[in-house]
Design a binder for this molecule. Structure first.
Ligand code: GDP
Length: 369
C-alpha cells in the first residue's frame, strides 16, 4: 500500500531493513532524503560523497549477474550513451559480457548539441571511441528522449536490426534511459500493456518489459552506476544547472597566457603558454564562467567556491572533491572535454591545463567543430 521509492542513483527500490541487500538506506537517512526529495541508497550515497570507493558496479553481484544474463540471451543490445559524457556512459567490459549479441549504440540528448556540430561527425566520433573500447556496434544513431518525433527513427532502426529477437536496453544512470523508455512507451504500447513485475534470474533487479508486435519484448534493465560521472557529485538542483536543457550556445573568449576560466566551481581551464587566441566554451547556458588571472586562480577558488563559483553550493563544498589538474600540449585544433560538463575548443597551438573534481576525467580530442 505504501508507495515504492527508488534510489535516484541506481533505481533500486529503497528499503531500510536489510543492510546487505540492494537499495538499503538507514531509516534516518531515508527520512532526510524524503524531505529533500533526494533519496539515495547507501551504496550510491557513499559513491557520491566518498568517491574513493572504486568500481562498485563491478563488485555488485546483482549487476554482474545481470550482465552475465545478457550474454546468455539471443537478443539485440541497445546501449544508451549520453553524447555529452561518452566516457562516463561506458559500461566497463560490456563487450565481454554480451558475447556475440549485436549492439546498437544510441547517443542520447542530441537536442543540446550546438547546430554547428553536424550529426555525421558526432556519429563517426562515437564509432571510433566504441571501437577503442572493444565494442563493435552494428550502427550508431543519435536521438533525443525529450523529442517524441525522434522516436520513429529509433524504433525503425531497432526493428531493422533485431531480426525478430528481444531487445535489451542498457545504460549507466543519468544517460536518459528512463526518459527514453517512457517516450517509447508513449509511442508504442501504452502504459497499461507494460509488464513491470519480472526480475532478472538470481538478482533483485527488476526489468520492465514492453511488448513488441511479434510476441517479443523490449526490455529495460536497471541503470548501472558509473563513478566517473560528474552527476554523482552534485545535488538535483545543481544537475539542472550543468545538464544542458537546450541547444548549447557557444561562448567565445579571447585569452592570453596566464589566464584562467572557472566553469562554476566545478572545473577550471588555464592557458599556460601560447599566443593570444580564441577559446570556445560549449557548456550549459546556465553555467556561469568566470575569467581570472592564473597567478591568483588558486586563491580565487579558495575564496569563492560555493558562492561566486557555483555549483557546488556552499553547503556542498565540504563534501565536494578537490579539483585535479591535467596538462595538455596542443598542436592542432583540439577540444578539452570535461566529462559530463562540456568542452572548450582550442584554436591555436598552446599549453593548457584542465581541472575537474577528483574522479572525473579531463580528456583531449580532435576538435569536433
Ligand atoms: P537515467 O538515469 O538514465 O534513467 O536518466 P534519466 O532519464 O533520469 O535522465 C537523466 C537526466 O537527463 C534528466 O535530467 C533528464 O531530464 C535528462 N535527459 C534525458 N534525456 C534527455 C534528452 O534527450 N535531452 C536532454 N536535454 N536531456 C535529457
Amino acid at each position: 500500500e505504501s508507495e515504492v521509492i527508488h534510489c535516484i542513483g541506481c533505481g533500486a527500490a529503497i528499503q531500510t531493513e536489510h543492510p546487505n541487500e540492494l537499495g538499503f538506506t538507514p531509516k534516518a537517512a531515508f527520512e532526510k532524503g524524503m524531505e529533500t526529495g533526494e533519496v539515495y541508497c547507501q551504496r550510491c550515497f557513499r559513491l557520491r560523497h566518498y568517491n574513493d570507493i572504486q568500481d562498485v558496479q563491478l563488485t555488485d553481484d546483482d549487476f554482474l549477474r545481470l550482465l552475465n544474463e545478457l550474454g546468455k540471451k539471443d537478443a539485440l543490445i541497445v546501449n544508451v550513451i549520453d553524447i555529452f559524457d561518452f566516457n562516463g556512459s561506458l559500461i566497463p567490459g560490456l563487450h565481454r559480457f554480451i558475447g556475440d549479441n549485436p549492439v546498437l549504440m544510441v547517443g542520447n540528448k542530441v537536442d543540446i548539441l550546438p547546430k554547428s556540430l553536424k550529426r555525421p561527425k558526432m556519429i563517426q566520433w562515437m564509432r571510433e571511441r566504441a571501437y577503442e573500447e572493444g565494442l563493435r556496434p552494428l550502427d550508431v544513431l543519435l536521438t533525443s528522449a525529450k523529442k517524441p518525433q525522434e522516436m520513429e527513427h529509433l524504433l525503425e532502426t531497432i526493428e531493422k536490426y533485431r531480426e525478430g529477437k528481444d531487445v535489451y536496453i542498457v545504460g549507466v544512470t543519468n544517460v536518459g534511459k528512463s526518459t527514453l523508455i517512457n517516450q517509447i512507451i508513449k509511442q508504442t504500447a501504452g502504459v497499461k500493456d507494460v509488464i513491470t513485475t519480472s526480475q532478472f534470474p538470481g538478482t533483485t533487479l527488476d526489468k520492465i518489459e514492453i511488448p513488441l508486435d511479434d510476441g517479443h519484448f523490449l526490455i529495460d534493465t536497471p541503470g548501472i552506476i558509473h563513478r566517473h560521472q560528474m552527476a554523482h557529485y552534485l545535488g538535483k538542483k545543481d544537475l539542472k544547472i550543468i545538464a544542458p536543457q537546450k541547444e548549447i550556445k557557444p561562448k567565445v573568449y579571447q585569452l592570453n597566457p596566464e589566464q584562467t576560466l572557472f566553469l562554476g566551481g566545478l572545473a577550471r581551464f588555464d592557458v599556460i603558454q601560447g599566443e593570444r587566441s580564441s577559446f570556445i566554451a560549449y557548456v550549459s547556458n546556465d553555467l556561469t564562467i568566470h575569467r581570472t588571472k592564473l597567478a591568483t586562480a588558486d586563491a580565487f577558488y579558495e575564496k569563492h567556491v560555493g558562492s561566486l563559483l557555483q555549483p557546488p553550493r556552499l553547503d556542498e563544498v565540504a563534501d565536494f572533491p578537490e579539483l585535479v589538474r591535467f596538462e595538455f600540449s596542443i598542436k592542432e585544433k583540439t577540444d578539452i572535454v570535461f566529462a559530463g560538463l562540456g568542452w572548450i575548443t582550442i584554436t591555436e597551438p598552446c599549453v593548457v591545463a584542465g581541472w575537474a573534481p577528483k574522479g572525473v576525467d579531463v580528456l583531449r580530442r580532435k576538435a569536433l567543430i
